[in-house]
Every structure is written in structure tokens, then in C-alpha cells.
Design a protein around this ligand. Structure first.
Ligand code: SF4
Length: 73
């Protein structure tokens, strides 16, 4: 996977929702979410830009988005 430090997972049911896709695209300050015709897509080139702001988690239904740290802090 291209993201070395962060992975973002979107629940498949949530990923299909165009309204949530638009919201995620709007809230993420580093452009990780793309609102495509089919729903949420992740721009993997931007994954490592994640600033762990949790705005995506707040914008999605409970457990809809998970931001996973792939390193030990
Ligand atoms: S935590 Fe913030 S920067 Fe990271 S994916 Fe979510 S909205 Fe984007």
C-alpha cells in the first residue's frame, strides 16, 4: 500500500452514500476523500498527509470511518 504511516478505512455501506462522500471531501483538510459518482474514494497519494484531526470520523456515522496508525507512537 502506498500509505506508509496511515490507512483510512470507510465502511462499505457508508462509502456508497453520496451525501457522506461530499461531506468527507469537504471536511478533510488534506484531500484524502474524493466524492466520486459511486461514493467515497480514497486518494492514496494523500494518505500520509493525514493530520489526525478526526474531522472525517465526526462527519461520518459511528464507525463509518476509521483512521489507522500504522506505526507505534
Ligand atoms: S483525520 Fe483529518 S486529515 Fe486524516 S483523513 Fe480524517 S479528516 Fe483527513
Amino acid at each position: 500500500m502506498p500509505g506508509l504511516f496511515i490507512d483510512v478505512k470507510v465502511d462499505p455501506e457508508v462509502a456508497k452514500d453520496a451525501g457522506i462522500a461530499a461531506k468527507l471531501e469537504e471536511v478533510c483538510p488534506v484531500g484524502i476523500f474524493v466524492a466520486a459518482a459511486s461514493g467515497v474514494e480514497i486518494d492514496e497519494q494523500n494518505l500520509d498527509e493525514c493530520v489526525l484531526c478526526d474531522l472525517c470520523i465526526e462527519a461520518a456515522p459511528k464507525n463509518g470511518v476509521r483512521v489507522i496508525k500504522l506505526y507505534e507512537s
